[in-house]
Design a protein around this ligand. Sequence first.
Ligand SMILES: Nc1ncnc2c1ncn2[C@@H]1O[C@H](COP(=O)(O)OP(=O)(O)O)[C@@H](O)[C@H]1O
Ligand SMILES: [Mg+2]
Length: 407
Amino acid sequence: MLFTATVLIIISSYTSLSFSSAMFAFVSTTCGLAWASAPIAKEREQNAKVARSNTAKRKNEKIIWAQLIESIPDPIFILGKQNKLLYANEQAKNIFNIKKLGVSVSAVIRTPKLLEAIEAVSESKEKKKIQLLERTPIERQFTVNIAWLSKEDDRDPTILVHFRDLTEQERLNKMRADFIANASHELRTPIASLLGFVETLQGPAKNDEVAREKFLGIMAVQGKRMTSLIDDLLSLSRVEMNAHKIPSEKVDLITLLHNTIDSLTPLAEQQNIKLEFEEPEGEFIAIGEDDELSQVFQNLVHNAIKYGKSDGEGYVRIYLAEIKRDKNKQEKIKIIVEDNGIGIASHHIPRLTERFYRADIEQSREKGGTGLGLAITKHIITHHRGELKINSRQGHGSIFSVLLPKA
Ligand SMILES: Nc1ncnc2c1ncn2[C@@H]1O[C@H](COP(=O)(O)OP(=O)(O)O)[C@@H](O)[C@H]1O
Ligand SMILES: [Mg+2]
């Protein structure tokens, strides 16, 4: 040890270093550190500084990209080296039930197709797009974009996995396709019947006076059925087109209900059903759109007559009530259409406002129904920020209540 120090002092005098630095070298050496430490310490300090600033930079970058990813409404993952999950935004965590980061992506995602695609991107370093159907926790359909990102070390992102949720879009596409199929089917039935009778009248019943009278009657009914269907389809499309316009007119409900009753009195008389309007005292003004609200009560009263009691004991009652404050502290008007007709079995009630849904298809067709009336009604009421409630007992009658905002 002493020898080493001596040698160092000699060397230092040769290299004309000052005594103090020679002493420092001696101390350093005796402590087992490398010699000539002064510049090294400086360098180390420099390095530490750079490392600290790099860490701060990295932290800052991570905050920026985490915020970026969090602000995108689609589910997103970021993977690091060895496909470790570096980050998942809230949407991705919810959908894939992710509780922990820093684990391999295969511990979180169990879909082989997606894992294979990630593996392929990690090897080829080229982006990839796949379609994915996740069945749990609920069925969802995604387009997944997997992109390769440049990287420097372990902690940097290497792959970005972006999910575009197509579930809602697919549901709408399916609804649209179902709707067109249903509408075409509903139109085809009367057309087939019309064409059948035309053929009969041109052929076998050409000279049969009695048959001709009878068939022309049926053809007229079928023609009317097509007209009502087309009218309802147009109404539905009109209501949908106006969906973004918030109704703002003042509608006098008493006048509107009188008009509805006047137009349906002939039908009620024909069915031997008593149509009663319990006209209240005072004014009942709702915020709404006159034509649309007219259609609502036309549909409800028409249904009450159509599916009413037909033995002479049948009645349809219409009455109103004011609701001072509902749960949202808004004043509302309640309009009730009540009948003592055939009623509706409880399992049908939640589905009655679906397009083309009927408790009894044959019965509805027989009565000239289209199965669209309540769908239109519900649409209009929702558009008015109102509510439709259905109470019914099979064999006893139904109560349809409409709540509308008071002007
Ligand atoms: N007042 C009512 N009494 C009994 N059933 C009703 C009544 N109103 C509606 N319904 C049932 O709801 C179904 C859907 O009504 P709606 O959409 O108006 O179609 P429809 O063209 O058949 O009248 C009807 O087919 C019928 O089964
Ligand atoms: Mg109807």
